[in-house]
Every structure is written in structure tokens, then in C-alpha cells.
Design a protein around this ligand. Structure first.
Ligand code: UD1
Length: 415
């Protein structure tokens, strides 16, 4: 089993290139099920979650092939409508095939994804949306079975702007009869990217990126070629890492608007951040100071950056308060950070962090992918050898993180 060995790093310097966004690539790959024609998707990150999605597509009968950073998918021969537990259990993004299968093939049997370390993560909003569009839904043996002759457009309001539910319902609505209006929709950039791909396939979607999305159903969708947006969370992680360790790092292939809440917070605590067209340069020259953070749906501060900022705030002077409002159990990394000497108290969804001067190395476990990134950052500021176990979580979201970190002068290797 591989582990990461991370050592104290004085400064980071150089340029890091960001990959395509995992959270955009996964729904886009699922959306190919809506078409009979081949699709070509560029800048698809070579991550384990993406490989699992490609395996799932193959299991459904969709041929797919990776060449470099591009994946070609031909879903014309989809003939299996069951997404089994062995696959869905590995990564929740796989539930995104439910909407496309239901809309195009009128049936789907998908394993319920179950909970995960960061929270119970139900799929009730996805199912409520499908039901409002006329789908019949039953649960048996851990699976949800969906069927509908042709889905019917409707107006629905999401109780919470869930990213996955917005994506699943938007995909299903593309082939529904009539107009679907999703109110209180998620506005994350990954939603807009998925809508762009669907529109290239021939879908009629207006308002993606706002909280009201209108989809006029069409009879069929064709093939499309699309380039996935850069990963704002990978970019944000390197931004936070540069601020924490010090030095000057240029982050290439980033959409500055997508990382605005991260840029704003880094500037507020004393980091220099310079933005140009598709690059951001993060420089830390002086001591950083404490600040408070509340995670929120986009354009608020992303929950996927909360763990990394918990590490960052552990090493700045003063008291910071971080409130997690998106997931109910996303402070799993705190126990490991405390073992490394961080002074953090958690009460419900709030973490109170008293900055300390230094951390000390330890053997720690990555509990989820962003928690893993937080531990890598902590290891770079700790005296001694930090060994990170369960790094399969980190590999789910960061492609060869150790190589990118090492190229900036960071002391990190896979052992
Ligand atoms: C996606 C991202 C994940 C990110 C999250 C929030 C992917 C593959 N993953 O996850 O990295 O952290 O958005 O930005 O894109 N909820 C319900 N019922 C539902 C659906 C969600 O109660 O039917 C709740 C969840 O439990 C959670 C909150 O809504 O508390 C947000 O979840 P959601 O936006 O759906 O996240 P995901 O799409 O699972």
C-alpha cells in the first residue's frame, strides 16, 4: 500500500499546471449516455474516480477510450441499465448515470450510494426531482429502481442547491417532454460546464450558473466535443499551500472567477495574489493573520477547501473560526491535525483554531481526499517525517500530487 512521505519545506517556487476538473468531468461522462453518437472530451483528469466512471460506462455498454488527456465515449450500444453496488459504493459521482439512463432508456437500477465519512449524503433531492417529472421509484435490496415512459417537464424547487441533484435533474430534463424549471438550483461552475456540454449535444438550456435553470426537452441529443474546465479545487489547494509554506507559486490553467472566494480569503489574511488571464501567482512575504470562514454553496467559500484552510489557519497568528454548513461531518482531519500539534476545538459544525508556531511530524491517515490534501500541507510545515496513509483518497482528487509538489521544491514522495 503506497503512502506519502512529506518533510518540512522552506519555500515553494515555480509553476504548477492545473488539470481538468474532476467534478465537471464526472457528470459530463455520465451525460454521454444521453447520446447515440460518439463524444470526445478533452482535459479529463486521469484520476481514480474518473477511471471508475469510465468502467461504469463500459459496464452499461458504452465504449470508451482514453488517449492522453482526452476520452472518447460511444454510448450508442448501452444495453445494461444497472449500476451495481460494487461500482456505486466506490464513488458517489456514479449516481449521476441515473438521470441519463432514466431519460433515454426509461429505466435505471442504481445502487444507493450510502453514507461517506463527510456525512450521510442522501439522494432524496435527486429522487424528488425524478418523481416530479413522472418517474416511478421503488427501493429494493439497497437499489433504487426508476422507470418512466417519457419524463415530463415540470417546475421544481430544490430544498438545498445540491450540485449532484441539479446535474442529475438537468440531464434528465434534456430529453423530457416540455419545459423543466429548476429553482434554487446549484450555481457551481461545474453545472455551467455540464450545461455547455449538453447544449453542444443539442440540448436547450437557459440560466445554468444562476439559481433558475430552464430546460426545454428535445427528442434526441447528438455527439459533442468539449474541453473540461480547470479544477478550481486543485488550483485552490496549491494557492493555499503556497500561502502556508511561503515563496511564490504561479498556478496555470485556472479561471480566476472560479477561485474568487479563495483569492479573497488569502488576500484578507495577508497573502499577495496576482491574477492574469488564466494564471494566478500567490506570494507570501509576511506573516499571515487569523480570519473566519463559513463554507457555502458557490459563490461562497467552497466546502472542498475547508480542510486545507483548517491547516493554513492552524499556523497563522490569532484565533480563526471555521463554520462548515454544507456537510455535517467534515472535520475528520482535525483529529489528525491535533496529533501533529494543531490547537483546534470542534463543536458541532464549528472549529475554533488557535494558531500555533509549528507542527510536529506524525503518521496520519487521509480520511477523505480534501482531508488528505490538508495533511500534506501540514506535513510541509512539521519538523520530522510525516507519513500519510490511505492516500488512495488523495489520488481520487489530485493527479500525481507528489510530482507537482516536488516540482515546486516541496519535499513529498510516494513510498
Ligand atoms: C458535489 C461535489 C463535492 C462537493 C459538493 C458540494 C461532485 C462529484 N462532488 O458533491 O466535491 O463537496 O458538491 O460543493 O461533484 N443533499 C441532500 N439530499 C440530496 C443531495 C444532497 O440532503 O439529494 C445534501 C448533502 O448531504 C450535503 C449537501 O446537500 O449536505 C450538498 O450536497 P451536494 O451539493 O449534493 O454535493 P454532491 O453533489 O454530492
Amino acid at each position: 500500500m503506497s503512502k506519502f512521505l512529506v518533510k518540512k519545506t522552506d519555500e515553494l517556487h515555480g509553476t504548477v499546471e492545473i488539470d481538468g476538473a474532476k467534478n465537471a468531468a464526472l457528470p459530463i461522462l455520465a451525460a454521454t449516455v444521453l447520446s447515440n453518437e460518439p463524444c470526445k472530451i478533452h482535459d479529463v483528469p486521469n484520476l481514480s474516480d474518473v477511471k471508475e466512471m469510465c468502467k461504469l460506462l463500459e459496464h452499461l455498454g458504452a465504449q470508451n477510450m482514453r488517449r492522453g488527456k482526452s476520452v472518447s465515449v460511444d454510448s450508442g450500444a448501452v444495453n445494461n441499465f444497472v449500476a451495481p453496488y460494487e461500482m456505486v459504493g466506490k464513488f458517489r459521482g456514479s449516481f449521476l448515470v441515473a438521470g441519463p439512463l432514466l431519460a433515454k432508456y426509461h429505466k435505471a437500477k442504481v445502487s444507493l450510494p450510502g453514507g461517506c465519512p463527510i456525512g450521510s449524503r442522501p439522494i432524496d433531492l435527486h429522487l424528488k426531482g425524478f418523481a416530479a417529472m413522472g418517474a416511478e421509484i421503488s427501493h429494493e435490496n439497497g437499489y433504487v429502481e426508476l422507470s418512466a415512459k417519457r419524463l415530463k417537464g415540470t417546475k421544481l424547487y430544490l430544498d438545498f442547491p445540491s450540485v449532484g441533484a441539479t446535474e442529475n435533474i438537468m440531464m434528465a430534463a434534456c430529453l423530457a417532454e416540455g419545459q423543466t424549471i429548476i429553482e434554487n438550483a446549484a450555481t457551481e461552475p461545474e453545472i455551467t460546464d455540464l450545461a455547455t456540454f449538453l447544449m453542444c449535444m443539442g440540448a436547450d438550456i437557459k440560466g445554468a450558473g444562476t439559481d433558475t435553470i430552464r430546460i426545454n426537452g428535445v427528442r434526441e441529443l447528438g455527439g459533442a466535443t468539449h474541453t473540461v474546465i480547470p479544477d478550481r479545487i486543485e488550483a485552490g489547494t496549491f494557492m493555499a499551500m503556497a500561502a502556508l509554506v511561503g515563496g511564490s507559486v504561479t498556478i496555470k490553467n485556472v479561471v480566476c472567477e472560479h477561485v474568487k472566494p479563495i483569492t479573497a480569503k488569502l488576500k484578507e489574511i495577508g497573502t499577495e495574489v496576482q491574477e492574469s488571464e488564466d494564471e494566478i501567482c500567490v506570494t507570501r512575504k509576511k506573516e499571515l493573520h487569523a480570519s473566519d470562514i463559513k463554507t457555502l454553496p458557490f459563490p461562497g467559500f467552497p466546502t472542498d477547501m475547508q480542510s486545507q484552510f483548517t491547516t493554513l489557519m492552524s499556523l497563522v497568528s490569532g484565533t480563526s473560526i471555521i463554520v462548515e454548513t454544507v456537510f455535517e461531518n467534515r472535520f475528520m482531519h482535525v483529529g489528525e491535525l491535533r496529533r501533529m500539534g494543531a490547537n483546534i476545538k470542534v463543536e458541532g459544525c464549528t472549529a475554533v483554531i488557535e494558531g500555533v508556531n509549528a507542527l510536529s511530524a506524525a503518521t496520519v491517515k487521509a480520511t477523505d481526499l480534501r482531508a488528505g490534501a490538508a495533511l500534506v500541507m501540514a506535513g510541509m510545515c512539521a519538523d520530522g517525517d510525516t507519513v500519510i496513509e490511505d492516500i488512495r483518497h488523495i489520488d481520487r482528487g489530485y493527479y500525481q500530487m507528489e510530482k507537482k509538489v516536488a516540482a515546486l521544491g516541496g519535499k513529498m514522495e510516494r513510498i
